[in-house]
Design a protein around this ligand. Structure first.
Ligand code: SF4
Length: 396
C-alpha cells in the first residue's frame, strides 16, 4: 500500500496479522484511524443522504457568480482535474494550500528555473544533503531514513557518517539539527538573505558573516548535492526567490546541486502540476480573469469579501487561517467535502463525506519530487471526490 500521510508517499506499507508494517507513527495513525471521526452528509444541520447533499451543493454553486474552490491537496490527480473543470464552468477562483505553503518552489521547478532531481537519485548519489528551513522529523518522518541521509545508495554505500555530509539550516536547533554531528554542519540562521550573500562571498573567496566556505568545499568533492527547501526558507526569503535560484545557479557552475521542495500535503504538488498543465499557473487562479494573482489566494478572497460561496475540499480553513480571515467565513456559504468531520464542516451549509484517497479509493498522486505514484487502497468507498465532483460537474 502507498501511505498518503505526507508527500513522501511511502510505497512499502505492508500488513501482517492485522499489523501495519513499515509506516512511521504519523502514517500509522493516518492508516489505522481512517474510520474514526468521519464526516456526515449534512444540509443546514440535518443529516441527509449523499445525493441530497450534492444537490444542495449544486443549488448553492448555481446561485452565485463569485465562488472559490479551495483545498484539494489530499485529493487524487483525477479528482483535481474534475475540480478544475468545475471552476472553469463556474468561471470562478481555484486555489490550494500551496499559496501559503511551497507553491513558489514547485512553480520554479515546473518552469525549469531551478535544477531538480528525484528522491531515488538523492538516495543513490547525494553527498551534501542540505535541509534549509524544514524539519522532516515532524513533516516528512521517513524522508531521511527512506530516501536521503541514512540509506546506503548505489554510489553512497559506506554509511551516512562517511558517505553523506549533512547540513541543517534553521532558526532553532530542531530534531534534525541535533543530528548534525560528524560530517555535518548546523547553521542557526537569523537572516536567510544574508546567509545567501555569505555563500556568494565565499564562492568569490571573500570573508562573510556566516562561515560557509567548508560547506562549499564539501560540495566540490561530490558530483551530486541537494537542497531540501521548506517553509522556513520560503518565508526567510521574503519574496526574493531569485536570490536562492541565483545561488543554486552559481554553485552549479562548479559542482552539481539540485533543489527539491520539502514538507507539504500528500498531493499538493499534484494540484500544482495539474493546474499548470491546464492554465500555466500553479494556484491562485481566476477563470473569469484568466490569470493568477496574489489577490486570488483563498485567504485574500475571503478577507476582502470577494467571494460569497466557498467549496472547501480536504482542508479546514477555520482552524488554520488567522482569526481576521476565518471569522469572515461565517458570512459566506460553505460546501465542505472531506473524509473527516472538521470545524469548518460544522458551520457549513453543506457537508459531504468523501473517501480517504489512497486508503478507500484509487488514483494517482505526485510525490514531492514530481514522481507519479499509483495508489493501492485497502478498502473501497463508492463515494469519493471523483464521484462527488463528477455529479457536480454534470449538474452545472
Ligand atoms: S513518511 Fe509520510 S508517507 Fe511515509 S509512512 Fe510516514 S506519513 Fe506515511
Amino acid at each position: 500500500m502507498i501511505c498518503t500521510g505526507c508527500s513522501c508517499l511511502c510505497d512499502d506499507i505492508e500488513f501482517e496479522n492485522g499489523k501495519i508494517l513499515n509506516a512511521c507513527e504519523k502514517g500509522f495513525r493516518h492508516i489505522s484511524g481512517y474510520k474514526e471521526r468521519r464526516a456526515k452528509n449534512i444540509v443546514n444541520g440535518k443529516e441527509v443522504d449523499v445525493d441530497t447533499a450534492i444537490d444542495k451543493a449544486l443549488e448553492i454553486l448555481k446561485s452565485t457568480k463569485k465562488a472559490v474552490i479551495y483545498g484539494l491537496d489530499t485529493s487524487t490527480v483525477e479528482a483535481q482535474r474534475i475540480a478544475i473543470k468545475i471552476s472553469e464552468k463556474l468561471n470562478c477562483y481555484i486555489d490550494d494550500n500551496s499559496s501559503f505553503c511551497l507553491g513558489e518552489f514547485v512553480e520554479a521547478i515546473l518552469k525549469k528555473e531551478v535544477p531538480t532531481s528525484t528522491l531515488e537519485e538523492v538516495r543513490d548519489k547525494a553527498y551534501v544533503i542540505l535541509y534549509w528551513g524544514t524539519n522532516p522529523y515532524h513533516s516528512l518522518p521517513r524522508h531521511m531514513s527512506k530516501f536521503t541521509y541514512y540509506p546506503r545508495g548505489s554510489k553512497r554505500n559506506r554509511g551516512y557518517d562517511e558517505d553523506r555530509f549533512l547540513v541543517v539550516i534553521d532558526v532553532r536547533k530542531s530534531e534534525v539539527a541535533k543530528l548534525a554531528k560528524k560530517n555535518a554542519r548546523f547553521i542557526k540562521v537569523e537572516n536567510d538573505i544574508e546567509l545567501i550573500e555569505s555563500f556568494l562571498k565565499a564562492i568569490e573567496g571573500k570573508a562573510s558573516k556566516y562561515d560557509v566556505a567548508g560547506i562549499l568545499r564539501e560540495m566540490k568533492r561530490a558530483d551530486f548535492n541537494v537542497i531540501f527547501g521548506g517553509l522556513g526558507l520560503k518565508y526567510g526569503l521574503k519574496g526574493n526567490y531569485s536570490y536562492l535560484y541565483n545561488l543554486i545557479k552559481k554553485i552549479n557552475e562548479f559542482t552539481p546541486l539540485f533543489f527539491i521542495p520539502a514538507g507539504f500535503h500528500s498531493n499538493m504538488r499534484g494540484f500544482n502540476e495539474t493546474l499548470f498543465e491546464e492554465v500555466r499557473a500553479i494556484n491562485k487562479f481566476s477563470f473569469l480573469e484568466k490569470k493568477s494573482s496574489p489577490s486570488f489566494a483563498f485567504s485574500e478572497l475571503v478577507k476582502n469579501e470577494n467571494v460569497d460561496v466557498a467549496m472547501i475540499v480536504g482542508t479546514d480553513p477555520l482552524s488554520s487561517l488567522p482569526y481576521e480571515v476565518s471569522r469572515k467565513l461565517l458570512d459566506m456559504k460553505k460546501i465542505v467535502i472531506d473524509p473527516r468531520e472538521t470545524i469548518t464542516a460544522k458551520i457549513a451549509e453543506v457537508s459531504i463525506c468523501s473517501a480517504f484517497s489512497g486508503i478507500e479509493t484509487e488514483g494517482e498522486m505526485v510525490r514531492s519530487d514530481g514522481i507519479r505514484v499509483k495508489l493501492s487502497p485497502i478498502d473501497k468507498s463508492e463515494i469519493d471526490d471523483v464521484y462527488i465532483f463528477k455529479k457536480i460537474l454534470e449538474g452545472l
